[in-house]
Design a protein around this ligand. Structure first.
Ligand SMILES: N[C@@H](CCC(=O)N[C@@H](CS)C(=O)NCC(=O)O)C(=O)O
Length: 323
């Protein structure tokens, strides 16, 4: 793992010395938008934009889910990196067909020759200019939610105006305590930082489990982006975060409501195809030598994501929302 400093690659692990052993995530730097109204520089167009993802990465996973739910699979192509992220960072198993790149950092350098920062997935890239439009998953899913509706005719709305305030509030909580919380636990290099992240994470999961005892989805009795943002962490939890990131107070399968909720989300058409537990396990256990020096990938656990959720009585499902 490494980063670019003024356009040159340096192989180095996260530096937690300045933060007393705490893992602090840095801000994504490419923040342009694709627009529905055809305005420059990035108008919505079929076949023009490409998404670079790792199937292991929870942030990239959000973008793949919204791409599927919004019928964008024929509109936005995808390049998938190798699950292992080692000395060269994210690399392609074979040269990327769209760019010829063998390493993801080449795409960052071409976009900005003096780029300084981390080289992360997902990346939304414009084939016309050869530039990165955006590398922040939270913003990419918002673009996918509405910018291409005129092209696909799919008007399902994962961020409805009347629920935005509540979605933003839940997202903030879930991001800090759960999505990023597992990383804060797993990448901490001081016992107290790990324990603080661990406690905040499980307090949050307890709270979410209680919330989901009386409602099918997180916000407003319908599926929204808040659910998908939680899903990508939940679906990795028992397979990697419990062991590799030491988030082992209990598993998701042990939660009475979160467990069915996870299966409910997994059963939404198009979603199971975006979940690749082989890449997920190989990436985490194989790419973090400071945490797992042998790179041995555990064989278990046996996961059951396909049995009925038993949550239909709590509210309408994705296909019943009349959208
Ligand atoms: N804010 C970014 C975070 C993306 C991110 O951290 N991705 C991880 C993979 S799970 C990554 O590429 N890490 C490489 C690195 O930090 O060097 C987003 O949500 O899009």
């Amino acid at each position: 793992m490494g980063l670019l400093i003024e356009g040159r690659w340096h192989d180095q692990w996260y530096d937690t010395r300045k933060t007393g052993g705490a893992f602090v995530r840095t801000e994504a730097q490419f923040r342009d938008r694709i627009t529905a109204d055809g305005s420059a520089p990035y108008p919505a167009e079929a076949g023009r934009y490409r998404l670079f993802v790792s199937l292991a990465c929870p942030w990239a996973h959000r973008t793949l889910i919204v791409r599927a739910l919004k019928d964008l699979t024929g509109v936005i192509d995808v390049s998938v990196v190798d699950p292992l992220m080692l000395a060269d960072g994210w690399v392609f198993p074979t040269p990327d067909p769209a760019t010829g790149a063998t390493r993801l950092y080449e795409i960052y350098c071409r976009s900005q020759t003096d780029y300084t920062g981390r080289v992360t997935v997902p990346v939304l890239w414009d084939s016309r200019s050869g530039r990165i439009v955006n590398n922040e998953s939270a913003e990419i899913i918002r673009m996918f939610n509405s910018a291409f509706d005129g092209i696909t005719g799919n008007r399902r709305d994962l961020y409805p105006v009347e629920l935005r305030e509540e979605i933003d509030r839940v997202n903030g909580f879930v991001y800090d305590r759960v999505n990023n919380g597992v990383y804060k636990a797993g990448f901490a290099t001081a016992q107290d930082k790990y324990e603080a992240a661990f406690d905040a994470l499980f307090d949050a999961l307890d709270e979410l489990d209680a919330r989901l005892s009386g409602q099918r989805w997180l916000v407003g009795n319908r599926l929204t982006e808040a659910d998908w943002r939680l899903f990508t962490t939940l679906v990795r939890f028992d397979a990697v975060y419990v062991g590799h990131f030491k988030c082992n107070r209990q598993r998701i399968v042990d939660y009475p409501n979160l467990s069915g909720y996870l299966r409910d989300l997994f059963s939404v058409p198009g979603v199971a195809e975006t979940v690749n537990l082989d890449h997920i396990k190989r990436h985490y256990y194989g790419s973090h030598p400071t945490i797992n020096p042998t790179a041995i990938v555990p064989k278990g656990p046996a996961l059951d994501l396909t049995s009925p959720s038993g949550r239909e009585h709590l509210g309408p499902g994705w296909l019943d929302q009349g959208l």
